[in-house]
Design a protein around this ligand. Sequence first.
Ligand SMILES: NC(=O)c1ccc[n+]([C@@H]2O[C@H](COP(=O)([O-])OP(=O)(O)OC[C@H]3O[C@@H](n4cnc5c(N)ncnc54)[C@H](OP(=O)(O)O)[C@@H]3O)[C@@H](O)[C@H]2O)c1
Length: 327
Amino acid sequence: MQTEAIRIHRHGGPEVLQMDRVDLPDPAPGQALVRNTAIGVNYADIYEREGDHGGPHSAKPMPVTMGHMAAGVVEALGPDTAGPAVGTRVGYIGPNSYAGHTVMPAARLFPLPEALSDEVAGAYLLRGLTAEYLVRRLYPLGPGKTALVHAAAGGMGLLLGQWGALLGARMIGTAGSPEKAELALQFGYSDVIDYNAQDFVQPVLDLTGGVGPDVIYDGVGRATFRRSLDCIRPRGMVISYGTASGNVGEFDLQLLHSKSIVVTRPTLRSWISDPDEAAAAARATFEALTAGRIVTPIGATLPLARAAEAHRMMESRTTTAPIVLIP
Ligand SMILES: NC(=O)c1ccc[n+]([C@@H]2O[C@H](COP(=O)([O-])OP(=O)(O)OC[C@H]3O[C@@H](n4cnc5c(N)ncnc54)[C@H](OP(=O)(O)O)[C@@H]3O)[C@@H](O)[C@H]2O)c1
């Protein structure tokens, strides 16, 4: 069959995203054909478009179909394939999702609970699974813990603030404007610092009795990482989980010495590579997203053909809630 797909034929700005018609093979044994209904736009898509193949994102031969996740409906299964039945609503984390249809390993599909709409799953499945390992497994948050989250009003930030607060932790945020800071205060944060108006280190120390937070979730990277080391508490953990402002680059390990700081640079894929772990993570994420205690706003819903506009919006730092593309 043929499907529409947003592909790149070279790396570059949003203008390299183009709509093509592509041939899609029938699903082989072990595979499923998914008709995508809501495609999440994530920062990883921007890294891939730019050709920033650090960490888990290895270079692929051109042309590359964009995307890392979607929600949709199973339309066909490969021969002798066990998996969610045809007609099941599913979500997945996997490549080639900026398309009308995508072929995925059937075992990697997550059947969606009825209470989770396609749009919310498209916007929050990848972010939800990421928040799950960040606040429950990599650094378990709970009463008595204080966390600092950079870009608190972004897609990940809105989720981390709410989930961390739900677990009983004190959540402090940074955000790039007074409006964003105001918004984040409605999503679990007790205090939010506008880090474009002032350096965040002293305010964070002031808010934590001069000690610093127990953990810092840093999805911003270059612009915040070094200063995060200056305000983490002794033996605290700095989690560099994203690089929206650019890669952190090399840094001197000795910077960790005086406070015994733990630094990690995780990726979702290694936290859901084991199928049992992935299933447990999905259960916890779906429970969190559907229990009514975490609000999941959608920033914009655009036709797939307007993917370039979605990327421009995200890169302009004007977005807060996530954007979803509809084929
Ligand atoms: N490691 C993982 O497993 C994993 C999984 C999912 C996502 N992530 C990471 O999580 C982070 C957030 O992802 P998201 O998709 O939800 O994006 P987002 O937070 O909605 O957008 C990124 C935010 O970063 C801030 N930012 C600071 N400097 C920036 C710059 N120079 N250019 C653009 N933005 C800048 C902006 O907020 P302010 O204006 O408030 O500064 C912007 O809104 C990304 O770094 C992404 O790679 C990591």
